[in-house]
Design a protein around this ligand. Structure first.
Ligand code: PAF
Length: 280
């Protein structure tokens, strides 16, 4: 496994491999089983698996956890090596933003950047779209892999790639969960043992709403309000519980049949997100 830190060395390592199907798994490191599922999907579908590890400053708000975001490069590299990763791209902030962050081009997907998590995290999705567009240009993958846990991010990246005619496939990989149902996330490390057990409530509520919709209940606003109340009563600070059209993330029309139920809530130091799909 090659580990490279700059773009010229990455391109040199890719030289002569361009005829082989290249997959990219973009990450911010602190890898867990959810990331390893992306690497496995990449290895299953592609000849060459490139993983990027970059904690991207432009997607963190001023009061967010950029400085303290867990950085565990040595452990990450051990895990990636064991998974058969071919190439790791681990650039510095200066490599990714050589002209600084302020004046840098921003990629914005206006229809998706301001809703749901975009309301609580202004600018977050512009930072994500920008860095992912740069990674796509740098690595030039045939296919890129993202977790369904960040459903809004996955939808936004799919939309960006389609609207900007980027020549690659964006593939979503199902969420990996702890036995309690809690979605795996680097931010789960911020939870105490007791909070980690309580955090499973988010997925339980999403599953209850899904079951109600599958039974024919279309009172989405009532279900959302109930979900928010239950989470708040359990000590969560709730950003949203929302039933949306799965692809456009707008409230569903009466005849919408592919839905996503999404939630974001803070517990202790962690902001947790999760979502489940419903096919009608
Ligand atoms: O999901 C993440 O870890 C990040 O948002 C991503 C896609 C690697 C961009 O920095």
């Amino acid at each position: 496994m090659d580990v490279v830190h700059d773009i010229a060395t990455l391109r040199a390592a890719q030289n002569g491999q361009r005829h082989r199907r290249t997959g990219l798994v973009p990450t911010m490191g602190n890898l867990h089983a959810g990331h390893l599922a992306l690497v496995r999907a990449c290895r299953g579908a592609c000849d060459i698996c490139v993983v990027s590890i970059f904690v991207n400053p432009t997607q963190f708000g001023p009061s967010e956890d950029f400085a303290n975001y867990p950085r565990t490069l040595d452990d990450d590299l051990r895990l990636l090596e064991a998974e058969g990763t071919d190439l790791v791209f681990n650039p510095t902030v200066d490599t990714m933003y050589p002209d600084g962050q302020e004046g840098h081009v921003r990629v914005r997907v206006p229809s998706l950047a301001q809703t749901l998590c975009g309301e609580a995290r202004p600018g977050h999705f512009d930072g994500v779209a920008t860095v992912v567009a740069k990674l796509f240009n740098i690595v030039a993958p045939d296919e890129a892999f993202f977790g369904e846990k960040d459903w809004q991010q996955l939808t936004l990246i799919r939309t960006m790639a389609r609207q900007l005619d980027m020549p690659l496939t964006v593939t979503g990989v199902p969420t990996v969960r702890e036995p309690s149902g809690l979605a795996m996330s680097s931010r789960n490390n911020y939870l105490s043992h007791e909070e980690r057990e309580r955090a499973a409530l988010i997925n339980q509520i999403l599953m209850q709403i899904k079951a109600a919709i599958e039974r024919g209940d279309r009172a989405y606003a009532d279900a959302e309000a109930r979900g928010r109340r239950v989470l708040a009563a359990a000590g969560f600070e709730v950003d949203y519980v929302a039933v949306r059209d799965a692809n456009r993330l707008v409230p569903p029309d009466a005849d919408a049949n592919t839905l996503r139920i999404l939630a974001a809530a803070r517990l202790g130091r962690a902001r947790l997100i999760d979502n489940v799909g419903v096919e009608l």
